[in-house]
Design a protein around this ligand. Sequence first.
Ligand code: NAG
Ligand code: NAG
Ligand code: NAG
Ligand code: NAG
Ligand code: NAG
Ligand code: NAG
Length: 515
Amino acid sequence: MDSKALGFAWNVLLAVIAILGSLLPVGAYNLDLDSQASIVGVARSMAEDMMAFYSGDQPGGTPGILPDPYYWWEGGALMGALVDYWYYTGDARWNDAATQGLLHQVGPNKDYMPPNQTMTEGNDDQGFWGMAVMSAAEHKFPDPPRGEPQWLALAQAVFNTQAARWDERTCGGGLRWQIFAWNNGFGYKNSISQGCFFNLAARLARYTGNQSYAAWASRAWDWMASSGLLDPATYHIYDGVDVDNCSRRVPYQWSYNAGAFLLGAAAMYNHTADAADRDVWRERVDGLLNGTAVFFGGDAGDVMTEAACEPVGLCNVDQQSFKAYLARWMAAATKWAPWTDARVMPLLRASAAAAAAACTGGPGGRLCGLRWTGRAFDGWTGVGQQMAAMEVVLACLVRNKSAPAADGQGGTSVGDPAAGGGEDAARRAARELGPVSAAGKAGAWALTAAAALTLLLGLAFIVVDEGEPWPSWTRRLAAVCPATSASRRDPGVSKPDMARQPPSDRARGWSPRER
Ligand SMILES: *[C@@H]1O[C@H](CO)[C@@H](O)[C@H](O)[C@H]1NC(C)=O
Ligand SMILES: *[C@@H]1O[C@H](CO)[C@@H](O)[C@H](O)[C@H]1NC(C)=O
Ligand SMILES: *[C@@H]1O[C@H](CO)[C@@H](O)[C@H](O)[C@H]1NC(C)=O
Ligand SMILES: *[C@@H]1O[C@H](CO)[C@@H](O)[C@H](O)[C@H]1NC(C)=O
Ligand SMILES: *[C@@H]1O[C@H](CO)[C@@H](O)[C@H](O)[C@H]1NC(C)=O
Ligand SMILES: *[C@@H]1O[C@H](CO)[C@@H](O)[C@H](O)[C@H]1NC(C)=O
């Protein structure tokens, strides 16, 4: 053959390989759930792909910040995932990135209220950073150098600023979603803000032994029950209530709410010395576990799914990451409430296997999709998808990991019970920033209307496209959202940064039935 023919044959061969490559999932993970080496290997690749979305550790990047369209809070969630990654694998590859990100975002008061974010910061946003540093203290993640803020003190600072915001003027208590009055979400009390606060308070109680934190955790739990956000029979947790009418409840259920309360209840169970009180928390842990059934689907009902948005393909960027936290917190709960292992591990293992099977996307053939129930890549990629798959795979190692540390039980992180205290950060920042202009508000409402229209059109398209009749998907949703008559306005609409994204993406409680 002359060189021309050779070249042609070579090209044909390459084309054949490319076609075969696109048919076969070359990068498909071969996950062995009983092999530490296999789990660590898979998690390592998933972490690598997750961190490909992050440039905060690159020259010119801002540590702790993910690029658009990811919000600030998800950077905190990502740092928490890196702390978990190290705890489970012992691989320190991302430790510097995590330490740098966690320390860069602390803000001048060392309480995760950095001036770049405070204009639009919610209690839940701050809470995710607080829970990340709490994990760092519990897992004995390498302590920052002397002179830098310490993990435990940072978690206490977040707790202290939030306890100061507890608001009894409306709905008998609770935290508002947004910290500042100029954001519409200020008029909304959502479960994830209470969940982050409860989770942090319970874990601080267990870590420090300080009963004040336990009292706050109980107060937050009691308010969830009295407000109707946590159903005492089913332990289902609904999205939130409107402060203008506290019986106007937004009924959507999200997996991260279940997870945040589950781990907090497990911490309270473990912390509580009195036998009768401990039984109360044990029952709550069991009840919350029962409630998580909403978030497991697939043929055997054991694969994690974001039930309110996955089946209809309408999870927004935030919601695409929620399973990461349910997986993270279910696994962690087995340490403090050891009897839950028998129920939790089969669910996490089945979900990990399904998640790994859904990671065959992208050029390398191993990017993760959103839906695990189909055990196949569904084309939705992102930070949340990588984080969720990685966390659920790592969770399969939890039996072999040491229990979280505490003061007097191996803990090394230095605390400061007064951190973040003094003048309430919210009031201080409010004075500094001043109220938002009326023009800004009007613009935000116009954006909302536009986005609502887009969503409606998108919804119609999906229904037509899937050829699925309306009654069928409304019935499926009704299983998750029982109070089908509820309507809501978008709590995030007046946020100044809404111009960058459809406002509805910011509304964690948004669901396709909103019209
Ligand atoms: C857990 O540890 C045991 C004993 O060292 C080992 O045999 C087993 O493979 C480990 N399992 C996992 C999932 O890491
Ligand atoms: C705030 O934004 C500026 C400009 O983008 C950036 O240089 C700085 O690092 C940011 N600070 C934080 C804490 O993210
Ligand atoms: C316990 O926590 C409370 C609330 O943060 C704090 O005011 C108090 O100083 C703490 N007590 C001790 C002994 O650390
Ligand atoms: C409050 O909301 C509930 C439930 O949506 C409704 O039945 C009731 O009429 C509302 N009350 C007021 C004063 O608007
Ligand atoms: C959880 O579900 C089991 C089985 O249905 C039931 O027996 C138990 O009472 C439930 N626990 C709580 C606290 O609701
Ligand atoms: C509390 O947690 C520790 C550490 O994981 C565990 O060893 C202990 O059994 C738990 N306590 C109870 C009462 O279950």
